[in-house]
Design a protein around this ligand. Sequence first.
Ligand SMILES: CC(C)(COP(=O)(O)OP(=O)(O)OC[C@H]1O[C@@H](n2cnc3c(N)ncnc32)[C@H](O)[C@@H]1OP(=O)(O)O)[C@@H](O)C(=O)NCCC(=O)NCCS
Length: 173
Amino acid sequence: MVSLVRPAELDDASAIARVHVATWRSAYHGLLPDDFLASLSETHYEERWRRTLGDSSARIYVAENVDGVVGFASGGPERAGESGYAGELYAIYVLEDAQARGHGRRLVQAVVGGLREVGLEDMIVWVLRDNTAARGFYERLGGVYVRSQPITIGSAELEEVSYGWKSLSDVRY
Ligand SMILES: CC(C)(COP(=O)(O)OP(=O)(O)OC[C@H]1O[C@@H](n2cnc3c(N)ncnc32)[C@H](O)[C@@H]1OP(=O)(O)O)[C@@H](O)C(=O)NCCC(=O)NCCS
């Protein structure tokens, strides 16, 4: 199957927003409140992504197949002052129907390349504690559990955990 990962462009904002909202709804069903997931708006996220694509220091990539954009990922400098980590995988989402076909691995590869380009040599990622599928993915890629902390999303009080790679060469594809 045709499959490509490439840097995102401004014109990808609507496709990224579509994947963002659809994947949040499928991946976070049962983890986040139904009314919160129902309230997510593609138009709102399209505007946010347009701004991010226009002026952020983040490296953003999309995965495409014959149907168009089916996934995206972003990364850049670590955002919260976590000691020991300078780089961060901010987000990675692949449409449910396109999962388990290697898009996630290729997106991580692209983000790792982007982090290296800006001189970052390690990577941390935060994931909901109960998102066992994504945790399995990060563990498969060699991520090492770092710590957990509370997070509020909408009205939900949850726990998130982090995985780290002390060196980008530790990412196991
Ligand atoms: C997590 C996610 C990005 C992974 O992307 P993907 O395209 O489905 O994963 P890939 O096909 O590239 O898998 C790469 C490797 O990870 C493994 N893997 C994927 N999911 C896994 C899981 N739940 N448990 C263990 N290993 C897993 C795959 O088996 C593969 O390894 P293999 O080649 O040795 O079999 C994707 O499933 C997704 O978007 N999920 C929903 C959104 C989400 O939770 N995002 C993360 C938020 S922090």
